[in-house]
Ligand binder design. Sequence first.
Ligand code: RP5
Length: 162
Amino acid sequence: MTEIKVGIIMGSQSDWPTMKEAATILDDLGVPYEAKIVSAHRTPDRLWEYGKKAAERGLQVIIAGAGGAAHLPGMVASKTRVPVVGVPVQTRALSGVDSLYSIVQMPKGFPVATMAIGAAGAANAGLMAAGILALQDKDLAQRLDAWREALSASIPEEPIDD
Ligand code: RP5
């Protein structure tokens, strides 16, 4: 059975279109992951259990995305030493600044590596997780290097008119 080392968790089904960006990157790089809805407020017992079991289950990175009063990344970080990458999901009311502020200002001792708001942040969370795993996985490191080179090669040197 393939060992799952990355957990993608999110506060709501409504976060999935954003968090899918992380999943797509991991798919592209051949990194197995799980994706779960784990809400800090609506399913606190599920959150506690997830955090408590994360290390013993072999997870090496947790990508946690939430919007609004986005306590999920910080709360899961409080329950596990597994590195947590936080994704502030863009909200309608406050454009995701609420999510960002809820995630980024962790107290000393319980870090969350906080990405940019929205889709770019979720994609970068996938890349961050892959980069962490690549430290111990030469094949993944090669795939990640190739992915980065392909992205660079796709950027034109000159702008064109639309
Ligand atoms: C948060 O509240 C979720 O992470 C989501 O971003 C936001 C709104 O959730 P729904 O009302 O769409 O379920 O807990």
